[in-house]
Design a protein around this ligand. Structure first.
Ligand code: SAM
Ligand code: SF4
Length: 314
């Protein structure tokens, strides 16, 4: 269905948990977050019903995110349930990859079409400090297992943090030479923890593009400008939510772990879906789609979400 501004809304992102085994410095508070009561979190059945209702309104693409979606019990059942609603739904997961290796094949068999794996550094020590304790090798094992399980076009999401991992840009680009990996460099957004970060930590899309002088612009893929270096198998995409407004073509809505529909990532506007079923659920989703804001303005207090990124899912 279309929103009030004529945008066709086809993409639903489900944040299936706000919990995570990492505490990335720009995403989660060091102390973690207060665990919500079991009853306040949507069950796997409730998520399934939301997908069924959203599908009846024209949603055709679903992405599971979090927190870390792979810490959520029942996530594989949810994948199977979603594919049972319509096997043509494009189902993706965004994960930190650390828990992927043992279940990559199971996810593939459950119908997951695409995996985006977040990886901000190729250096063990920097990895440990960005994630506050994570082990790089776990994620590398996850990437290998995903390739072996038959996931094609793996995307690697990298948030560039000036002075922390920007020196590795060329190392990341080199990864695309011999492997069909699709890098996505993402501008840091002032949300959650990063809302209070100094401006000099934020790298612009233009400064990232400066490293791609020999690259060829291949496509505009949704919100990414996609480049390839001559002779490289993979691609390099740049996603610049701070530099470019995606609002006119935004086709997404989001649901938080506690069942709030967020028509816009950056707005505090939320519609409670918890406890709703059948027609009432479809009606609430349709209301949320219609009410999707026309655009957002970063940095304005009146136009910025109070939630942390691990609750919304990126
Ligand atoms: N835990 C999973 C992961 O890390 O992929 C899924 C959830 S995480 C919130 C989704 C994506 O959001 C990750 O790629 C992460 O790097 C990104 N992210 C978190 N905070 C961000 C911020 N302030 N600006 C830009 N991206 C952010
Ligand atoms: Fe966890 Fe992902 Fe946030 Fe890192 S970015 S703390 S892995 S939710």
């Amino acid at each position: 269905m279309k929103d009030n501004y004529g945008r066709k809304i086809q993409y639903l992102r489900l944040s299936v948990t706000d919990l995570c085994n990492y505490r990335c410095i720009y995403c989660m508070p060091e102390t973690g977050i207060q665990k919500k009561a079991h009853d306040d979190i949507l069950s796997i059945e409730e998520f399934t019903e939301i997908v069924r209702a959203a599908h009846s309104l024209g949603i055709r693409k679903i992405r599971l995110t979090g927190g870390e979606p792979l810490v959520r019990k029942g996530v594989i059942t949810l994948c199977r349930n979603i594919k049972a609603i319509d096997r043509d739904i494009e189902l993706g997961i965004t994960t930190n990859g650390s828990l992927l290796a043992p279940i990559a094949k199971e996810l593939k068999d459950a119908g997951v079409d695409r995996l985006n794996i977040s990886l901000d550094t190729l250096n063990r020590d920097t990895f440990r400090s960005i994630t506050r304790g994570g082990a790089l090798q776990d994620v590398l094992n996850g990437i290998i297992a995903a390739q072996q399980a038959g996931f094609e076009k793996l995307k690697i999401n990298t948030v560039l943090l000036a002075g922390i991992n920007d020196g590795e840009l060329l190392d990341f680009i080199r990864l695309t030479k011999d492997a069909p990996l699709h890098l996505r460099f993402i501008e840091l957004m002032p949300i959650g923890v990063a809302k209070h970060w100094k401006a000099d930590r934020f790298m612009t899309a233009a400064s990232i593009e400066g490293y791609l002088q020999n690259a060829e612009l291949k496509a505009i893929d949704g919100v990414a400008r996609v480049y390839a270096m001559p002779g490289h198998q993979g691609t390099i995409g740049i996603i610049g939510p701070m530099s470019h407004s995606f609002c006119p073509t935004c086709n997404k809505i989001r649901v938080t772990p506690d069942g709030k529909l967020k028509p816009c990532l950056h707005s505090d506007q939320e519609i409670d879906l918890k406890g709703l079923r059948d027609k009432a659920l479809i009606q609430a989703l349709a209301d949320g789609i219609r009410q999707k804001p026309e655009s957002h303005r970063f940095g304005e207090a009146s136009d910025s979400t109070a939630r942390f990124m691990n609750e919304i899912g990126g």
